[in-house]
Design a protein around this ligand. Structure first.
Ligand SMILES: *Cc1c(COP(=O)(O)O)cnc(C)c1O
Length: 434
């Protein structure tokens, strides 16, 4: 069977696009458009790839922590919990959502470069497992709050290894000049480690790094692991501290268009883990529990967004525009990063494309574009337009600009669909208005 970009996207004999084995035109009929579809089987399969590879290569306590900023709603935290792995949260809002879903908070890690005192208190009240501490001021604030709560709070320290992976600048975070973490190069990493070890109400468990996102090569991860294990050895020698946890962050790339390479999560994770094991042996470092924090590579190719075509403008000698009933409000990634996407007509997926189109959203904003130069078979009002690989950083980045309501999220599993997030209503738009 013909597949498009990923093997959960196929074209049926009726010419319709199928996703996770289901006819997208029927799903659009049932749920309306725009709608975000999530292939739950794919999400679970990706989590298991990380989980099983980490367990086999490093040990039973190692696991992936789903970076929930990529996609956050209650049912997803339940899915992640049911697979026996952890999660990252970066705001009290994500934490609240995880708590509402009954997520086991001892497996939750609180990230972010500017946690407020209120955030810290709220997370401690809710029994957060770990804070991933970004800076000395935050360390002080957590120590104070943990003291007040009468607990010893587990933490990891976010270290900046000084790596600049080959990816888009706005989603690269590993360099010394990053706004995240404490750099090894400047000596801050060692200073903050000393500080953490001296705090009465803090239990330092180990270190974290995250070098960026949408990284296709393995080398930056291997290099980051080398630097981090070197740092572990250094802290053991200088401070007598043995880290029990090494968190290597997220960032494995995902194929968005046919020209992107196909990435095997299992092979990548195995290669990184084997390297970690060998490097620890080389330095005589006790093999720590290893965590990874995949976001995109868990959910991106589990997602697809369906829209209805409204108008088609063919500006002779210039450009052709197709306008859809969503746009930057549900997917701001082209506007932010000029991200590439694969776009198809879902109700006529078997027809040959005859011209190039710019797919524009419905907002009063020229930059509201989903993709430029996509080949489509002469779209018309009422056609169903599919954008592939929208599971990550779409719904979670959605906004109400122009008071556009956010689309629903529908989970697909074993040939059945169910609503995970309902479509926003106009009443939701004025819920906070006085
Ligand atoms: C964004 C982020 C991740 C997830 O990155 P992906 O590229 O989506 O895998 C993991 N860890 C941290 C700290 C992050 O900021």
């Amino acid at each position: 069977m013909r597949t498009i970009v990923h093997n959960n996207v196929t074209v049926g004999e009726n010419g319709h696009l199928f996703f996770a084995g289901m006819d997208t035109t029927e799903l659009a009929e049932a749920y309306g458009t725009p709608v975000i579809l999530i292939d739950e089987d794919r999400v679970r399969a990706r989590i298991r790839e990380y989980r099983d590879t980490l367990r086999a290569c490093i040990g039973e306590s190692s696991m992936p922590l789903f970076a929930s900023k990529a996609l956050s709603f209650k049912e997803l935290y339940r899915i992640v919990a049911s697979e026996g792995v952890g999660t990252d949260i970066v705001s009290p809002g994500e934490l609240y959502t995880a708590v509402c879903a009954g997520f086991p908070m001892e497996r939750a890690f609180f990230h972010g470069n500017n946690k407020t005192d209120a955030d810290i208190a709220y997370a401690i009240q809710n029994g957060i497992g770990y804070f991933v501490v970004d800076n000395p001021e935050e360390l002080d604030a957590i120590d104070t709050e943990a003291g007040r709560a009468g607990i010893r709070q587990k933490i990891l320290l976010r270290i900046t290894p000084g790596i600049d992976p080959h990816t888009h600048q706005k989603i690269s975070t590993g360099g010394v000049d990053s706004k995240f973490g404490s750099a090894i190069e400047t000596g801050l990493a060692e200073r903050i480690t000393r500080m953490a070890l001296d705090k009465e109400n803090i239990e330092l468990c180990g270190f974290h790094c995250h070098i960026g996102s949408q990284i296709f090569e393995i080398e930056p991860f291997v290099l980051a692991a080398d630097i981090m294990i070197g740092f572990l050895a250094d802290m053991r020698d200088k401070l007598g501290f043995t880290a029990s946890v090494l968190n290597l962050g997220g960032g494995i790339g995902v194929r968005y268009v046919e020209s992107d390479p196909e990435i095997s999560v299992t092979q990548n994770v195995k290669a990184i883990c084997d390297h970690v094991r060998a490097t620890c042996e080389k330095h005589g470092v006790t093999l720590p529990t290893v965590y990874m924090e995949p976001g995109r590579s868990i959910v991106a190719d589990a997602g697809m967004t369906l829209y209805t075509v409204g108008s088609v403008k063919e500006i002779e000698g210039f450009k052709n525009y197709v306008s859809i009933d969503g746009g930057m409000t549900d997917n701001p990634r082209y506007t932010l990063y000029q991200s590439a996407y694969t776009v198809l007509l879902a109700n006529r997926a078997d027809e040959p494309a005859d011209a190039l189109y710019t797919v524009g959203g419905r907002c009063c904003e020229s930059g509201d574009i989903i993709q430029e130069n996509v080949s489509l078979p002469h779209p018309e009002r009422g056609d169903l337009l599919a954008v592939l690989v929208t599971g990550a950083y779409n719904y979670s980045m959605a906004s109400n600009y122009n008071r556009v309501t956010r689309p629903p999220v529908v989970l697909l599993r074993n040939g059945e669909s169910r609503l995970a997030v309902r479509r926003e209503r106009f009443e939701d738009l004025v819920a906070c208005d006085i």
